[in-house]
Design a protein around this ligand. Sequence first.
Ligand code: CAA
Length: 290
Amino acid sequence: MSNSPISTLGVLGAGQMGGGIAQVAAMAGINVKVFDSFPGALDKCKAVHAKSLAKLVEKAKLTKDAADAAAARISFVASLDQLTGCDWVVEAVIEDVRVKKDLLAKLAAMYPSDDVVLATNTSSISITDLATAAGSTAHRVVGMHFFNPVPLMQLVEVIPGIQTSPAVVERTIALATAMGKTPLRANDRAGFISNRVLMPMINEAFYAWMEGVAEPQAIDGIMKLGCNFPMGPLRLADFIGLDTCVHIMNVLADGLNNDRYRACPLLKQLVIAGRLGDKTGRGVFEYPAK
Ligand code: CAA
């Protein structure tokens, strides 16, 4: 039986984040509709769900019946018009302000009732700016920032834009809690808290490598063993995607109007060379299996 404050969640984007959000919602008893128009994205998402649910069963964090029930709650649609009947929508598409605004405007038109919250999983783009896409219902747009891998990470960073109503913030906190997460609030400043603090640390690790202070294995080993990080900053950068790291540094530098947030030249060079991390099989480190 679900304690969820909503019955059907729409998720835009079937990538790592959208897929993870869909899975966690379904595990919490919420029906989920996932939309992605990219060919192959939905099949890939289903396969990732099957693998992740099987792993949680193997680790006795979920029963087989609960895993099957969660998978059965998720449906997939390849066209936005089919994303009907949702009482909450979260977008987790590419970190491009124009793409996100275009989709939020379409969602606001599809769902004229402001009872339907439009949440964005952006990692750093201004919620206040994104909310303008919803026009006169900007007060129902809110930042709901999950962390990768979503099924394992505890946090949801909740970010109200200037227009977001207090009631929507409270509902977001309630939904994140019902999804088994811990919601924590941050204000709408570039990078919020998570990436304001995390990304400059990752960027500094690239500077340390570029300046020859230590090799990547030593940089990561020092931070893992000395600071108890589960992954070193360079391994984490590969996991997040080096292109995403550059993008977030650009948002910090522009949004906080301070050049100390500029991406390290070596980090930018790796991106130019196509070494984006896990997703391309090589970033700072190599991942031959991928
Ligand atoms: N679903 C289910 N199980 C999963 C999983 C998933 N999505 N992903 C990994 N697991 C499993 C693994 O298969 C593994 O199982 P086994 O022990 O049976 O092999 C288990 O979880 C533990 O994984 P690992 O042994 O590989 O490694 P670990 O103990 O280090 O845990 C981790 C993995 C949770 C990812 C951990 O390394 C970690 O916390 N890393 C840091 C992650 C982090 O910082 N994420 C935030 C990134 S920033 C972000 O997302 C936001 C942004 O805006 C950029």
